[in-house]
Design a binder for this molecule. Structure first.
Ligand code: SAH
Ligand code: DHB
Ligand code: MG
Length: 217
């Protein structure tokens, strides 16, 4: 560990979470309904949602592209950080998830700022124009992350953000025998991200680890 780093423990994460604005009624109800509908409980943590909102607000983002909508939790959170006229284009492969997200986005305060595209990330991303987004958030199938990164670097403008969830591979990043089959994909992607010289990026160790990158050129 470098000289100036603190070894962050589970207690530190609890401390951080306890000092983070929690979910409002809509996002709490959405999560409860998602659980009842059998969607997996894998939306980003509230402290990650807060980080994404801070980054979007501080860069003045208007156009966001997301891969991996699930129930719409992160899409609604990000849309709330955009100015009037801003838009989140979010891509979801599973029809059940896309339908659920559309219903909850429709009853949210940002219904006019989120569009759900049902399809595979690599079928939909190529339909988005060059330089048409200020930020991309990647949170779908991990094996496709290198492809999503390549597309994001085309779609996001210079100075925009590339944000990626699960850098810590569901907590199994450093396990010798990880249980989840996507861990190898996350490890390989983290090395791709570290080598990508069009981005200045760093893993922020909240939630399951989120890459924050800014497109330099
Ligand atoms: N961003 C969401 C969580 C996403 S979970 C949130 O924080 O609320 C990952 C989602 O990616 C799942 O809903 C899964 O169905 C979707 N997914 C998996 N493979 C995909 C693909 N090839 N294209 C688009 N979405 C995909
Ligand atoms: C899984 C996927 C995610 O994007 C996440 O944040 C947590 C877990 C999963 O596939 O298990
Ligand atoms: Mg995730």
């Amino acid at each position: 560990m470098s000289e100036s780093s603190t070894l962050v423990t589970a207690a530190h994460f609890e401390y951080v979470a306890a000092r983070t604005q929690g979910d409002d009624a809509l996002l709490r109800d959405l999560k409860a309904a998602a659980r009842d509908a059998g969607l997996p409980p894998i939306s980003i943590a509230p402290e990650q949602a807060s980080l994404l909102q801070i980054l979007l607000r501080s860069t003045g983002a208007r156009e966001v592209v997301e891969v991996g909508t699930l129930g719409g939790y992160s899409a609604i959170a990000m849309a709330r950080a955009l100015p009037l006229g801003g838009r989140v284009r979010t891509i979801e492969y599973e029809k059940k998830h896309a339908d659920f997200a559309r219903a909850w986005i429709a009853r949210s305060d940002v219904a006019d700022r989120v569009t759900v595209f049902q399809g595979k990330g690599m079928d939909v991303l190529p339909t988005f124009a060059n330089d048409s987004a200020d930020a991309a958030f990647l949170d779908a199938d991990k094996a496709s992350y290198p492809d999503y990164l390549r597309e994001s670097l085309r779609i996001v403008r210079t100075g925009g953000l590339v944000l990626v969830d699960n850098a810590f591979a569901f907590g199994q990043l450093l396990d010798e025998r990880p249980k989840d089959r996507e861990v190898a994909a996350v490890r390989a992607f983290n090395d791709v991200m570290a080598r990508e010289d069009r981005l200045q990026s760093v893993i922020v160790p909240i939630g399951d680890g989120v890459w924050v990158g800014v497109k330099l050129r």
